[in-house]
Design a protein around this ligand. Structure first.
Ligand code: SAM
Ligand code: SF4
Ligand code: SF4
Length: 343
């Protein structure tokens, strides 16, 4: 999967296209307060969902244009029937360097082995607390035991390194930061804390509920002394800190207080085939329609090139500027919901 025969395509701000997040379904079995809090959503009609052949075709075209890393996500990707078959097809794409998955892990125990055998390299698991009651409050599901079993099975199947993603919401799970860090250190998981973001419109985000990177680091370093590491590369959103006692590291993704749009090399493909240029976009470019109207690979490549070349998105930097001048109104802009975009 790692012969390199791709071109380098840059957007209007000079950013190359390097990674692709593919949402394989907009459905989810959780209702996390910060992501998908409502009971009812207007789900994408099943006929509009890309088939595995369509996803693989688009993925290989993106790789031709420079994409090196692909992450499967959702909604909850493990709800997509026979996901291993898609993993197998994508993992065979020439030039692709890394194939990973982001999941809530509730269905991972039964699927980890098959996914590892199909060619998945690694996983990120979203886990915001290991307190059963708070887990239930945050996700509206009593699934903590299944998630923990899924994590154990993934480690057993060699889906390493396992990264944990924890979104911290003030007054909800900020008390869990120490326990999450200890849990990660003890089990050799890499944990990354994520500043709560104003993605979509349904979570009614207000900046007071966001716990900043500074606050998160203060809490952690009070317990485990840290020293700053670095970003793995310029486009990686997480800044890593090493535990001084040598027990691994912890990352923080500070999209609100320290935006990293300048190095953002990521595009997203929704489950119904829209190419989306930014997590905070209100629309995407419909590649599925082109495919189903019989477009050739050359036509698709040329469309993707022109969509990416025109990209000027830098929402998080603009939000910080607006927040600093007191002008930011979180719900003044319509945004695609996170479940369609896949984080
Ligand atoms: N269901 C899978 C999961 O939870 O890992 C994959 C999809 S989920 C949308 C992808 C990532 O987005 C998760 O790590 C989740 O924590 C993150 N996320 C969702 N809403 C968020 C928000 N408002 N702020 C920050 N991160 C968010
Ligand atoms: Fe579902 Fe993941 Fe969103 Fe939680 S964060 S509601 S698990 S898609
Ligand atoms: Fe990339 Fe948009 Fe996030 Fe900026 S706000 S880092 S452009 S996804």
């Amino acid at each position: 999967m790692d012969r390199n025969n791709s071109e380098e395509l840059t957007d209007a701000l000079g950013r190359p296209l390097k990674d692709l997040r593919i949402s394989v379904t907009d459905r989810c079995n959780f209702r996390c307060s910060y992501c998908m809090p409502l009971d009812k959503y207007e789900w994408i009609d099943r006929r509009e969902i890309l088939t595995f052949e369509e996803v693989t075709r688009l993925a290989s075209l993106f790789v031709k244009l420079g994409v090196e890393e692909i992450r499967l996500t959702g909604g909850e990707p493990l709800l997509r029937h026979n996901l291993g078959s898609l993993v197998r097809q994508i993992s065979r794409i020439d030039g692709l360097k890394d194939l990973s998955l982001t999941t809530n892990a509730s269905l991972l125990q039964e699927q980890a082995k098959g996914l590892a055998e199909a060619g998945l390299n690694r996983i990120n698991v979203s886990l915001d607390t290991i307190n059963r009651e708070r887990f239930q409050t945050m996700t509206r599901r009593d699934e903590l035991d299944n998630v923990l079993a899924g994590l154990r099975e993934a480690a057993h199947c060699g889906l390493q390194p396992i990264k944990l993603n924890s979104v911290i919401e003030r007054g909800v799970n900020d008390v869990d930061i120490p326990e999450l860090v200890e849990f990660a250190r003890k089990n050799d998981f890499q944990i990354r804390f994520i500043e709560y973001m104003d993605v979509g419109n349904s979570n009614n985000w207000v900046s007071d509920r966001m716990v900043s990177k500074g606050e998160i680091l203060e809490t952690i370093s009070g317990l485990f002394p840290l020293e700053e590491g670095s970003r793995n590369d310029d486009s990686a959103p997480s800044v890593d800190y090493r535990f001084r006692d040598g027990a691994g590291n912890v990352g923080v993704i500070a999209s609100v207080t320290e935006p990293f749009c300048e190095g953002c090399t990521r595009t997203r493909l929704t489950a119904d085939g829209k190419m989306v240029l930014c997590l905070f976009s209100d629309k995407g470019f419909d590649l599925k329609q082109l495919i189903r109207n019989g477009a050739t690979d050359e036509e698709l490549l040329s469309t993707i090139r022109s969509v990416w070349s025109a990209r000027r998105d830098r929402y998080s930097e603009e939000r910080l500027e607006a927040m600093n001048s007191g002008e930011y109104q979180p719900n003044s802009k319509k945004k695609i919901e996170m479940i369609s975009l896949g984080g």
